[in-house]
Design a protein around this ligand. Structure first.
Ligand SMILES: NC(=O)c1ccc[n+]([C@@H]2O[C@H](COP(=O)([O-])OP(=O)(O)OC[C@H]3O[C@@H](n4cnc5c(N)ncnc54)[C@H](O)[C@@H]3O)[C@@H](O)[C@H]2O)c1
Length: 372
């Protein structure tokens, strides 16, 4: 198969869909890999790295789209990229179609087959191609939060680990899923006094069994949150209710009960945010203050560490990318129901129920299109 990887063109996107290592694995299996010049630069990979892996470099995205049987990317195709997709071509990337009718209609009219990273599943009911980015955002949260806690940045001037004779920062993590667990691990590793809140008892049992010695956990109620935030130096928002906007767990009125210069890091901002006063910010201007409390609400946190994020995403996507290249999408999806869960669009038909429901478009079951 000819596998093409264009340079990402969405503003502030420095990741790339294929690492040189993934290209090398594909080439070793007899596939051709075509990379747009400079596609990996934002993640620290230059053309020579891809050439050494056996890939071919081309000058334009147009050449990648014209030549490749499968396009591997990071972000959803932008309007100009969608015009270059063609019937029978396979697209493997993040799509997030439900809130994006324009993209959905363009993909349907292109005739391509599109498999979305975010809906591929795994045997434990997780989302293996979303998890790496949650791991990155979770581990980054205490790092950016501790920077915001510094006096010059508007924070309380508290050191995460304290020093001998001075206690550590108090960190509250709301939501103990992938983001929350990684955030708590890093905050605890920095020496902070960490408490994780969650509504799932099985999750709290897991956290207690595995991390009981490193951080505390508590059942999440409005009362528990209200009490904990009064003494917190940092609160990390990491909740998710699948398919719904994030619940608002700290109101504006409650900010006055917090310490001046305390920090809110709202990782759930990509789902609308879990603090009433959260509004999405960018890496160029990440923090702002409301009623004396500092807020960090960057919607694409993994972009700050593009190289780590690219490699983490590549590790997760590579086995699926190779299966699609080796077997073709139909056979690969027939062999793996978790990959089939990623099928969103095929030959002008929508194949993902939740997207159809959100956009009022008829859906055909993937089981039907796969047999056609
Ligand atoms: N800003 C970014 O760059 C970025 C990057 C990755 C993920 N995210 C977002 O971070 C959020 C968390 O993602 P995740 O992968 O950890 O999800 P997850 O499903 O693994 O974890 C969410 C957790 O929230 C818990 N929860 C739900 N309601 C709660 C409540 N009221 N109180 C306490 N806990 C509650 C759930 O029980 C679950 O354990 C999502 O909104 C995700 O989109 C943002």
């Amino acid at each position: 198969m000819k596998i093409g990887c264009p340079k990402e063109i969405k503003p502030q996107e420095f990741r790339v869909g294929m690492t040189p290592n993934a290209a090398q694995e594909a080439v070793a299996r007899g596939h051709e890999v075509i990379i747009e010049t400079g596609a990996g630069l934002g993640s620290g990979f230059d053309n020579a790295d891809y050439v050494a892996a056996g890939a071919q470099i081309v000058d334009t995205a147009a050449e990648v789209f014209a030549t490749a049987d499968m396009i591997v990317k990071v972000k959803e195709p932008q309007a100009g990229e969608r015009k270059m997709l063609r019937e029978g071509q396979l697209l493997f990337t993040y799509l997030h179609l439900a809130p994006d009718p324009d993209q959905t209609h363009d993909l349907l009219s292109s005739g391509c087959t599109a498999i979305a990273y975010e809906t591929v599943t795994d045997a434990s009911g997780g989302l293996p191609l979303l998890a790496p980015m949650s791991e990155v955002a979770g581990r980054l949260a205490p790092q950016v939060g501790s920077w915001t806690l510094q006096k010059a940045n508007g924070g309380r001037g508290v050191l995460m680990g304290g020093v001998p004779g001075v206690g550590p920062a108090k960190v509250v993590v709301i939501g103990g899923g992938v983001v929350g667990t990684h955030a708590a691990k890093i905050a605890a590793g920095m020496g902070a006094d960490v408490t994780v809140l969650d509504r799932s008892l099985p999750r709290l049992r897991y956290l207690d069994d595995v991390f009981g010695g490193q951080f505390k956990n508590q059942y999440s109620t409005a009362g528990a949150t209200a009490e904990l935030i009064q003494t917190a130096d940092m609160v990390i928002g990491a909740v998710l209710i699948p398919g719904a906007a994030a619940p608002k767990l700290i109101t504006r009125a409650q900010l006055s009960t917090m310490k001046p210069g305390a920090v809110l890091v709202d990782v759930a901002i990509d789902q609308g945010g879990c603090f009433e006063t959260s509004k999405a910010t960018t890496h160029a201007d990440p923090i702002y203050e409301v009623d004396g409390v500092m807020h960090y609400c960057v919607a694409n946190m993994p972009g700050a560490v593009a190289r780590t994020s690219t490699i983490a995403l590549g590790n997760a996507t590579m086995p699926f990318m190779l299966a699609l290249a080796d077997k073709g999408w139909k056979q690969a999806c027939q062999d793996d129901p978790h990959l089939m869960a990623g099928l969103n669009v095929h030959a002008g038909q929508l194949t993902y129920y939740a997207v159809g429901k959100a956009l009022g478009i008829d859906v055909v079951s993937p089981n039907v299109v796969i047999k056609a």
